[in-house]
Design a binder for this molecule. Structure first.
Ligand code: ATP
Ligand code: MG
Length: 215
């Protein structure tokens, strides 16, 4: 997939996958991915912007191409970060299991995969019917936002996916309450978004007039 893919110090190839709408990508996503990269000795983190997210109203989400380009601009300066067009180019809805399978190269000799996502989203994933297959293919890094209840997390995890704690690691990211919603609202209100997202993303938003009408 990546021409210069090299095993890490431990001799394995660890790839982090970070899915999201990325409308727009922001410092919360980037700090999280970088922290996961370091803590889990990941060779790469691949951001996978969603095509047409089934849970969000199609009309209220920016065009996939805008979200893909903003994500690309945001990862430009980090040699370990990449963006995948997999879901952007897919026709129809895409499922996490298919994305993870794609990066697993279809067999056990492929890279070790780490799926990075919000702790809430992980609990939701464990209610899906394919979640066991997903847990077989990847280790989960559950990112908790400030103020998130870890007691609640483990309680729900043990109820929905018993004996799976070893496949789920919690990663606390302190002081990052920024969300894409927060950024979109600020743009609509003509408030500054400087330092909440990388400067090229900020410029892209301005150039294309994104979020001005309060989508
Ligand atoms: P929105 O406000 O539109 O829901 P968002 O900021 O939650 O956007 P998403 O694209 O939905 O961004 O999120 C992609 C992934 O990043 C999700 O797993 C989400 O939980 C995680 N994430 C979002 N914001 C943060 C943050 N500030 N810190 C850590 N993880 C985050
Ligand atoms: Mg979200």
């Amino acid at each position: 997939m990546f021409l210069n893919a090299q095993p890490n110090k431990a001799g394995s190839l660890n790839i982090g996958l970070m899915g999201g709408t990325f409308d727009p990508i922001h410092m919360g996503h980037l700090v999280t991915a970088e922290e996961a990269r370091q803590q889990f000795d990941l060779n790469y983190v691949v951001f996978v912007p969603a095509g047409t997210p089934p849970h969000k109203d199609e009309k209220t989400v920016s065009l996939p191409e805008h979200r893909y380009l903003m994500t690309s601009l945001a990862v430009m300066s980090n040699p370990s970060f990449f963006v995948s067009r997999l879901e952007i180019d897919a026709v129809g809805p895409t499922y996490t299991i298919d994305t993870v399978r794609h990066f697993a190269f279809g067999d056990d000799s492929g890279p070790e995969l780490f799926f990075i996502t919000g702790a809430d989203a992980i609990l939701e994933i464990f209610t899906w019917k394919d979640y066991e297959k997903l847990l077989h293919l990847a280790t989960f890094i559950a990112v908790s936002r400030p103020g998130y209840s870890l007691d609640h997390f483990y309680e729900t995890l043990d109820r929905t996916a018993p004996n799976m704690r070893h496949k789920v690691h919690l990663l606390e990211i302190p002081a990052l309450a920024v969300s894409s919603t927060f950024i979109r609202e600020r743009v609509t209100l003509s408030k500054t978004i400087k330092y909440l997202t990388p400067e090229p993303v900020e410029q892209y938003i301005r150039k294309h007039g994104l979020y001005r009408t309060g989508i």
